[in-house]
Every structure is written in structure tokens, then in C-alpha cells.
Design a protein around this ligand. Sequence first.
Ligand code: C2E
Ligand code: MG
Ligand code: MG
Ligand code: MG
Length: 294
Amino acid sequence: KAKRDGRSSYRYFSPEMNVSILEHIQLEQRLRRAVLQGEFFLCYQPLVNLSDRSIIGVEALIRWRDPKFGLISPEQFIPMAEETGLIEPIGEWVIEQALIDLHVWHSMGYMINMAVNVSGRQLINNNQTDFDLVIDKLLKKYDIKPKHLHIEITESMLMDDTEQCLHALKAIRDLGMDIYIDDFGTGYSSLSYLKRFPISVIKIDKSFVDNMLDCQSDANLIKAIVMMGKSLELKLVAEGIETEEQLQFLKSLGCDFGQGYLISHPLPNQELTALLEKSYFPQFLHHDNLAEIP
Ligand code: C2E
Ligand code: MG
Ligand code: MG
Ligand code: MG
């Protein structure tokens, strides 16, 4: 989005901070070092069935702990990683680490799904290996069925390099993975994308969930998205649910799945294990399992 701001690329990674070019360069150098030193880790946010709050899956969210600056938000460094190409090694690390953890959870009997966020530059990359081949290799290495690994992409990604993007996404879909469209409603949505791209899940952006109880037009927008999604046989996930009232309202609108601080913050892997031990129950009890999309 901010990429479209044009020439002043330093405004791109942190518009509100008015960061100097020097700091921008410093961030880039630190990011390069972080890749070499392995300063990243993942947190996992549960995705639940809104009817019984059972955990169906988790979303992997990257965290970077810089030795000097401490935790740096992905919103600050992912755009920089995309700009510099560092997203390719970082993104591959994310998928591998997510599969390592998923392998552990599966071996404990927690048959959850794993969703990872993927940037456009990972789909259409500079090295010679196709994204789906990289994924396929990792799935085999960690003995994970493709239906358990899901990919989240944003709407705006579909806008750039549409044909190549479509090709890469179809290859992923052919492996048997689900593709989610993230932050839905914030980009330049065109309904035709939903038909053209092999998408199976829509994630309704947090900003609509935030305002829907006070703002009739946001509520109507969510209603429209849910109705449209259902008629296209897509699953619907609401992001950023923070209150019980929001959860009940979303349920009443027919939204089946959700994520948010009300249910759980993103958690480091051991804390997620503890949560699963406390509250997981087997998926065959779910009639509406995200993994079962044909
Ligand atoms: P996203 O994929 O839309 O992830 C949802 C963001 O909302 C996460 O922020 C999550 O921590 C936050 N969130 C979830 N529930 C709530 C809630 O109830 N209230 C509030 N206020 N926030 C909530 P996070 O982890 O800072 O990630 C921000 C964005 O960075 C992500 O948005 C995603 O676009 C990007 N990102 C994160 N990890 C990766 C990654 O591994 N690769 C790529 N390419 N992008 C990533
Ligand atoms: Mg996401
Ligand atoms: Mg999102
Ligand atoms: Mg987001």
C-alpha cells in the first residue's frame, strides 16, 4: 500500500515516525544481520470455530528481537524485507519453523492447521525455484499433509503481477493447500479476483470488526462480505475480535470462524502447547472443519 507513496521510500516502512534515511539504512543492516544471526521467532494465534471456540488452527506471526532495540513489529520490518529481497530467506525460515512446530503438535495428536503469511515477492521470486516446489519439499521433510498448511495473502498482492501470481497460487492450490485472502475489504477489492484466484477463505479485516457495533455501514459491509463469501462457498474468518459482543454479533451474521485477543493473543510455541493441552478437542467433532475444504 505505502509502496505507492512514490519516491520517498524511507517513508514507506514507518510513515508516522518520520525516520531518517540514516535510520533506514541502519534498519536494513540490522535486518541483514538478524537473518544471519537468527534473531526471529514465531508466535501463533489460534483460529477458532465461533460456535464452540474450539481451536481449528493457528496463524504464524513473525517476531524480531533486535539486541539493541528489542522487539520490532513486523509492520515495521516486513516492508523493508520486501524492498530488499530479504523476505525470501525470512519467508522460507517462517515456513520451515512453522512446520517444525506443527510437526510437534501433530505428533502430540493436535491435528491443527497452520496458516502462514506470504508476501508477493515470495510467490514470484528471483531465484530459480518455484515456490510450490520449496513448500512441497518442506511438507515432505516434516511429514505434514498439504491440507494442513495454509497460505495468507493480502488483497493488494493480487493486484501486482496478476498473471504470475495466479500461476503460483494455482500451483499451491494443486498441492492441496488452502489460500486465504487476508485483510479483506481494505484493498482495491474486485469481485472478479475472488472468482479468478483459487481462494477458499476470506479474512474480514479487523478495522470493520472494530467499528461494526457503532457504525451501521461497517456492520452492513460485514453482512455483505459474509453473504457474498457464503454464496461463493468460501469460509469466513473475522480478525481482531476483542469483545464478547463482537463475537456474538459476528456469529449472528453467519461468520463461522474468528481470531482475536478475546480468544487468544499470539503465543510463543510452548504457551500454545499449554493452551492446546487445556482446550483442544479432536477435529472429528467439528462438522465445519477448515481442513476439509475439498
Ligand atoms: P495480519 O496477517 O493481518 O495479522 C494480524 C495482526 O493483528 C497481527 O499483528 C496480530 O497480532 C494482530 N491481532 C490479532 N488479533 C488482534 C486483536 O484482537 N486486536 C489487535 N489490536 N490486534 C490483533 P502482527 O503480529 O503485529 O502482524 C502484523 C502484520 O505483519 C500481519 O498482519 C502480516 O501482514 C505481517 N506479518 C506477520 N508475520 C509475517 C510473516 O511471517 N510474513 C509476512 N510476509 N508477513 C507477516
Ligand atoms: Mg494474516
Ligand atoms: Mg489480517
Ligand atoms: Mg494485517
